[in-house]
Design a binder for this molecule. Structure first.
Ligand code: RNT
Ligand code: ZN
Length: 417
């Protein structure tokens, strides 16, 4: 039955000059980096771990939050089993397994991530990484790399340096370059008088943090901006302009988080601009809703537009796609799967665009037909191609995945409380 649907869909796409087989090949080669922090409400596993702080607030009280690394890995296994293709997992330093050792973040080592690396290696997964500049005594003021106290700044710089070394070692052991993303919460709730000092300190801190050269085959660096956060409504030191300038002058990857701009501003339009000047992009695919930047990704206009730009500009090779959201009001494993499948479907839709025809129409100045075809393409049978993709990768199609999550909830998640 599904094969019939697939061949009919193939015909429909062929009529528009599109080859679904080529689209499926590209889709299968494109990994998403699954953010570990959806599974435990951004808490991590350090001693005394609790609410994340840093302006990150997780709402909802759905049962089943992962409380240990083993639980989180089991939940990730369950989510990954429901995604077609081979993906990656994105860790924060706060997910270190310290085994009771009294070691602070400035001294973390690869040994503290051995459990994660072995788990990833056994599954052929790549890992990505983030220093954690929140949820710590020395981040309680809301300032880290920009703190006026040099000692505090030095602690956070040392943390960043430690994390880059860990990331490189992860990349070496797994045979796939880790992307290390620096995001800091630093900012001010109310109108600051000095906007310059913190930004000067941030540039200096970052230069020290990044001073050590690391083989890009092992690890690459990204920097992530934000417009405002809870508690940093009036001023965020690491703004878009700051990091755009920083990434260009230091040739770092720029991380664009879809929820970190004005509500009507799309990161899709930024891609072809910034890629003129930075070596590569990290995308935090997320969904902003009013003041929250981290709702579960869906196939909305913004997500589709991002994928269209990546495909149209042939930028997939220079882009790392990561998810970044946290929702504790629904089943957390389902939240991963819904967001990841939505992102993959949006990418598939972009790969199935009648690109040749659209470009011809545009070149000919026929903007009437261009708009008409863009609209027509939206109702081409994407679902049948997606179902075939799931079938080939042995994962449940349509709503079949939800039954798996519901079983997992009954058998595993509800027993955690
Ligand atoms: C915060 C940033 C950042 C975090 C994660 C946990 O606004 O988006 O990427 O969500 O590092
Ligand atoms: Zn982000």
């Amino acid at each position: 039955m599904s094969n019939t649907a697939y061949s009919l869909a193939q015909e429909a796409y062929a009529e528009q000059g599109v080859d679904p087989e080529a689209a499926l090949q590209t889709l299968a080669r494109t990994p998403l980096s699954l953010h570990c922090w959806q599974g435990d409400d951004v808490r991590g596993f350090e001693a005394g771990a609790g609410e994340p702080g840093g302006g990150l607030a997780v709402t909802g009280a759905y049962p089943g939050r992962a409380r240990t690394p083993d639980e989180l890995r089991a939940d990730l296994d369950q989510a990954l089993a429901l995604l077609p293709g081979r993906h990656r997992v994105n860790l924060h330093a706060s997910y270190a397994e310290l085994g009771g050792a009294k070691v602070d973040r400035d001294a973390y080592e690869i040994a503290h991530f051995r459990g994660w690396v072995e788990w990833a290696k056994a599954r052929g997964l790549g890992l990505d990484f983030n220093p954690t500049f929140f949820g710590h005594l020395l981040a309680q003021s809301g300032l880290t790399l920009t703190h006026p106290d040099e000692g505090v700044r030095r602690f956070w710089i040392a943390h960043g340096i430690a994390c880059r070394r860990i990331a490189a070692e992860m990349g070496r052991q797994l045979g796939s370059a880790t992307i290390t993303n620096v995001w800091i919460p630093d900012g001010s709730k109310d109108l600051p008088v000095d906007r310059r000092g913190p930004r000067e300190r941030l540039a200096q801190s970052l230069d020290t943090l990044f001073a050590e050269a690391i083989d890009p085959a092992l690890a690459i660096d990204a920097v992530e901006s934000k417009l405002f956060g809870l508690g940093s409504e009036a001023y965020v030191v690491g703004s878009h302009e700051f990091y755009l300038g920083y990434a260009i002058t230091r040739q770092k990857h720029l991380c664009l988080d879809a929820g970190h701009f004005h509500p009507t501003e799309s990161i899709a339009d930024k891609i072809s601009s910034v890629l003129q000047f930075v070596p590569g992009l990290l995308l935090h695919v997320s969904r902003g809703v009013r003041w929250d930047s981290d709702h579960v990704v869906i196939q909305d206009e913004a997500t589709r537009a991002i994928c269209e730009e990546l495909v149209r500009g042939e930028y997939l090779g220079r882009t790392r796609l990561g998810l970044d959201y946290f929702d504790a009001s629904i089943n957390r494993v389902a939240a991963w799967v819904i967001g990841a499948r939505a992102a993959l479907k949006a990418l598939l839709a972009a790969l199935l665009e009648p690109a040749v025809q659209l470009r011809e129409l545009e070149a000919a100045g026929d903007f009437t037909a261009r708009l008409a075809l863009l609209e027509e393409a939206r109702t081409l049978p994407l679902g049948a191609i997606w179902d075939e993709h799931c079938r080939r990768h042995n994962v449940p199609g349509r709503m079949g995945w939800l039954r798996e999550v519901q079983r997992y909830e009954r058998e595993v998640l509800t027993r955690r409380n």
